[in-house]
Structure formats: C-alpha cells, structure tokens
Write a protein that binds this ligand. Structure first.
Ligand SMILES: CC(C)(COP(=O)(O)OP(=O)(O)OC[C@H]1O[C@@H](n2cnc3c(N)ncnc32)[C@H](O)[C@@H]1OP(=O)(O)O)[C@@H](O)C(=O)NCCC(=O)NCCS
Length: 331
C-alpha cells in the first residue's frame, strides 16, 4: 500500500516513552550464554537493553508512556476516541491490551484494539489512525507501540537473546492547520515469515506449544537492509520529496549495521539519523516511538522539520511515513 495523505491535515501533537528500570548489559548476558561484549558490539552496536520485572506486562510498560504523551499534548484522556496498541506481546490475546489501557486511563469513548505487524506495528498503527482521523471517523487518537520481548525470548539462544529489549512509546494524533503526515508506504511478505516467528503462539502448532522466538538472522539481515532502503525511496518519491530534504531520519532500531547500511545507501547525512539501539536494543514496536522521543529530547523535532520513519520486522513486514513536524515540544 502506498499513498499520499490527501485528507485533512493530521499530526503528532503529543509524545511520550517509557522503559523498565532494569538494565541488562552485554557482560550480564555473557554470564548467561556463550557470548562476549565484543561480539555483540561488533555485530549489532548494542551495549545494553532494558528488561521488564517478572510482574511487569505490556500495559505496565505502556501506561507511563501514554500518560506522558497525553500530558505533552495537553489533552484529557477522556477526549481520546481511538486507541491503537501495536504489539506482539500483549498482556494476553484477549482482552486486548488497548482495552485494558483504555480502562486504566479512563477513556470511555475510545474504540480500542491491538494491532500485530511485528516490529513494523507502530507504522501500521500510525497509518490506521491517520486514516480514521482524516476520514472524520475519530477526532483524537492515542497510538502506542511497545513490546516486552524478554518474555518470549529463548534465554538459552545467544543468537536472539542479545538483540532485543523492552520498551514502549505513545503519540497523540489530531487535526492541525497545515503540515503533519504526508504519506505512508506499508507492505508484507508472508513467504518470509518463517525467518522470524513465534510458531506455537496461536492456533497452528497447538499440540506443541513452543512459545519462544525463532530467527534466521542472516535472512532477516538481508531483508532489513533491502526494505529499509526501498520503502524510504518509495515514500519519498510518492510524496515528491528528496532525501536531501529529510531533516530527521528515524529507522527501526534493530542493529547499528543495518541502520548504517540504509543511511549510506539512501545518502542521508549521518548527523540526521536517530540512533539509540546501543542503549535499548531492538524494542520491536517500541523502537520508533522511543527513537522519536530521543529526537525530541535532543531538540531535533521542531516545527517544519521533515521526519522520515521506516520500520521493518516479523511478518515479514515493513512501513514508512513522512511527516512534517508541527509541534513545539519541550526537550
Ligand atoms: C543476528 C546477527 C547479529 C548475526 O550476525 P551474523 O554476522 O549474521 O552472524 P551469523 O548468524 O552468520 O553467525 C556467525 C557465528 O556467530 C555465532 N553467534 C551467533 N550469535 C552469537 C553471539 N551472541 N555471540 C557469539 N557468537 C554468536 C554463530 O553461532 C555463528 O557461529 P558459527 O560460524 O560457528 O556457526 C545478524 O544476522 C543480524 O543482525 N540479523 C538481523 C536480525 C534482526 O535485526 N532481527 C530483528 C529484525 S526486526
């Protein structure tokens, strides 16, 4: 799917993020499995990640992020009429994490549902919320992206354990005068799905409920480097913009090598790229909103700035969006 945002102008007017307190360093991981800080740094650029406490689930990580986003937008929770939560680690399959969050935040008028598109979930959720607002179905949306992947990782598998972390981010979307979202490009390739999957998590492998993540790292690496570039190029062309116009590039935070490759191929000035994978690892649906929040703290998200976001992940899926930032947000 590809298209320009031709409806009424919709933008991100509030932003918040949250990560669990517990830091797990590469040295900590090297005491659990056969790996080293040097190997992890060289192959991934990840130094440490945050890990949820045993009693913490997705709603616990998402709630503080939602509260910060609502506060930063200066809006009451009760005024939200659409809540989408992008996650592959909901508290449980049902009730949805979105319904639980809407209750906890007291949003009686909100349509609330979860969305599953792997690490690309936040990009899919942004597109859906944009369309519902631009089409006049909803007036103010809260879009959450987050995951607690530590709960579904195989803690004996060094090839996946080192890559992921827990975290969530949230944004408020509403109508603005001008600017805001310019377009979206989203895609999926189910044939590649077995490269990154959770086979026993649903109705298929029910007899052998293997509920831990499995990944073919090399295949995912090839896929990631390809789609980060192609998706960004497509959305720029669709919106009639060039790479030189991009002020802030927010790629999915999977791995420094993947980000560097995409940045080089696209020809984006490295100073315009947001990178925090070194501190958080790959937080799946939380990755792009967490990176946006870092860009806000750095003072990079000022009105008029052109922001390019691209996600990719399980599915296999990918998705990009261009947004002309409209809000002044406190650092
Ligand atoms: C996972 C990844 C870092 C592995 O790097 P790589 O250079 O492809 O490494 P390989 O998988 O080829 O493995 C090379 C060797 O390192 C070993 N290895 C794997 N993980 C290791 C670890 N944590 N520590 C030490 N050695 C490790 C492998 O067993 C292999 O050993 P062998 O040659 O004796 O068989 C890389 O493939 C990658 O980043 N893929 C993308 C993953 C991703 O981003 N997934 C999420 C997308 S949303």
């Amino acid at each position: 799917m590809i298209g320009t945002a031709n409806g009424r102008p919709i933008s991100i007017t509030g932003l918040g993020a949250h990560v669990p307190d517990r830091v797990l360093t590469n040295d900590d991981i090297s005491r659990l499995v056969d790996t080293t800080d040097e190997w992890i740094m060289e192959r991934t650029g990840i130094r440490e990640r945050r890990i949820a406490a045993p009693e913490e689930a997705m709603t616990d990580i998402a709630l503080p992020a939602c509260r910060r986003a609502l506060e930063s937008a200066g809006v009451e929770p009760g005024s939200i009429d659409l809540l989408i939560v992008a996650t592959v680690t909901p508290d449980m399959t049902f009730p949805s994490t979105a319904a639980l969050l809407a209750d906890a935040l007291v949003m009686p008028d909100a349509a609330a549902y979860d969305l599953s598109a792997g690490c690309t979930g936040f990009m899919y959720a942004l597109a859906q919320a944009y369309a519902m607002l631009a089409g006049g179905l909803a007036k103010r949306a809260l879009v959450v992206g987050g995951d607690v992947l530590s709960k579904i990782l195989d803690w004996h598998d060094r090839s996946t354990l080192v890559l992921f972390g827990d975290g969530a981010g949230a944004v408020v979307l509403e109508m603005v005068e001008t600017g805001g979202f310019l377009g979206f490009e989203l895609g999926a390739d189910g044939a590649g799905g077995v490269s990154l999957w959770l086979p026993g998590s649903g109705s298929r492998h029910f007899e052998e409920p293997d509920r831990l993540v499995k990944m073919n790292g090399r295949e995912v690496f090839k896929f990631a480097t390809r789609v980060l570039v192609s998706s960004a190029e497509k959305i720029l062309a669709e919106c009639g913009r060039t790479v030189d116009e991009v002020d802030v590039y927010v790629p999915h935070q999977a791995n420094v090598r993947i980000i560097d490759h995409a940045t080089r191929r696209l020809g984006i000035d490295p100073e315009r790229v947001v990178v925090n994978v070194d501190r958080y690892g790959n937080t799946s649906s939380g990755s792009i909103p967490l990176a946006l929040d870092d860009a806000r703290r750095d003072g990079r998200l000022a009105p008029g700035k052109l922001v390019l976001m691209t996600g990719m992940g399980a599915g296999l899926t990918w998705g990009s969006s261009l947004i002309e930032w409209t809000e002044e947000m406190a650092a």
